[in-house]
Design a protein around this ligand. Structure first.
Ligand code: SAM
Ligand code: SF4
Length: 373
């Protein structure tokens, strides 16, 4: 029995599909929710036994569930994991679908972190990225959530959006800082092929995005937020325990359409279409689409990438140092990593270029002895 497993439950329903989003999330499928919740219960019973210590209900948009469905979801989770005493329960919500009644249902069920997706305070920009809510909707929901009691609030913001200026980005950040959330996630826009932005061939302005990131980092740190992971900032003590479990290479159970699990050394991901997910589970089968067991250099590379996600970095140890000698040299040569004692971490440059740095740790690997550039 693992003590440090996390439990992730995916709710793939959304009011509309945002123009940038490539997550497993479907609009217009509200009629499937009850069938889906039943499937989650069956899937939990098919999984290897664990006593998870954190719960993260993410999406998609979990707040698209109505109040009764939210209560049913938590009843189903506590039925499936009767011994679990979750140290942290996170629930993701969008401003347009979170009501006071739903907030009460979340509080009744012990939710300790509420993560609210804002993206930007600029109403015109919200519209241009396909969001259904306004800045005022967000403020109303945030105030209601704050009044509901003593729990940690987190806000998602994005930078590098088409048409976003540095001033607009910082105005949004200042607007959020004024609300004093315990936690903040700041994501640079990634243009993914399958999204509307991908199809429109939106091209991010990398240099402007970099300015937004640098200025935001400085402002967050000045306001007492600790940058602890590439995209995540927290007041001391409010770092996400669930996400840290991923970055420490611990086990996790993922339930739901498109969810990923990491159990007994095997990484697997579920089918990402609703009908096939539900049908597989209803037939008593685990709805796994892909699974793999990393070993050798691939496993070491995975550990290196996870360790580097943390701003404080990690101590690679002899095996990872030797397996990636040329890669470390190349990263240092490009100014993407720094060392302090036995720890290695990404530099500011490296944090902004994290995907380039991580590419060093996935096959095909650099040839031994290759010249670092
Ligand atoms: C999967 S969403 C779920 C939360 C919720 N449905 C919402 O929209 O706020 C989690 C966060 O990922 C971020 N995100 C999604 N797609 C992204 C993209 N293509 N580039 C950067 N950030 C993205 C957004 O900030 C979003 O709030
Ligand atoms: S960003 Fe959130 S609301 Fe928008 S489509 Fe993705 S999961 Fe749904």
């Amino acid at each position: 029995m693992s003590l440090s497993a996390g439990l992730y439950v995916h709710i793939p329903f959304c009011g509309v599909k945002c123009f940038y989003c490539d997550f497993t999330a479907f609009a217009g499928q509200g009629g499937t929710v009850n069938r889906y919740l039943s499937a989650l219960g069956i899937e939990a019973a098919l999984m290897p036994e664990r006593d998870p210590v954190t719960l993260y209900v993410g999406g998609g948009t979990p707040s698209e569930l109505d109040e009764e469905q939210i209560r049913r979801l938590f009843a189903l989770i506590s039925g499936a994991y009767p011994r679990s005493r979750f140290q942290e329960l996170t629930f993701e919500a969008n401003p347009e679908s979170l009501s006071p009644a739903k907030i009460a249902a979340l509080r009744d069920n012990g939710v300790s972190r509420l993560s609210l997706g804002l993206q930007t305070f600029d109403d015109a920009l919200l519209k241009s990225i396909g969001r259904r809510h306004s800045a005022a909707d967000f403020l109303e929901v945030y105030a209601a959530a704050r009044r509901a009691g003593n729990w940690a609030l987190s806000v998602d913001l994005m930078y590098g959006l088409p048409g976003q200026t540095l001033e607009s980005c910082l105005r949004s950040l200042d607007g959020v800082l004024a609300l004093e959330p315990e936690h903040l996630s700041l994501y640079g826009l990634q243009v993914e092929d399958r999204t509307l932005f991908g199809k429109r061939e939106v091209e991010p302005d990398e240099s402007l995005a970099r300015d937004m990131f640098e200025a935001s980092l400085e402002r967050l740190e000045r306001n007492g937020y600790r940058h602890y992971e590439i995209s995540n900032f927290a007041r001391p003590g409010y770092e996400s325990a669930h996400n840290q479990l991923y970055w420490r290479d611990d086990e996790y159970i993922g339930l739901g359409c498109g969810a990923a699990s990491y159990l007994d050394g095997e990484r697997s991901s579920n089918m990402d279409r609703l009908p096939s997910y539900c049908q597989a589970v209803e037939a008593g089968r685990r709805p796994v689409a892909h699974s793999e067991r990393l070993s050798g250099k691939e496993k070491l590379g995975e550990r290196a990438m996870l360790g580097l996600r943390l701003v404080r970095g990690f101590a690679p140890g002899r095996e990872i140092e030797q397996a990636f000698r040329d890669e470390w040299e190349s990263l240092a040569g490009r100014g993407l990593i720094q060392r302090e004692g036995d720890r290695v971490s990404l530099t500011r440059e490296g944090i902004f270029m994290a995907n380039q740095a991580f590419a060093e740790f996935v096959p095909p690997f650099r040839q031994p002895g290759a010249v670092a550039q």
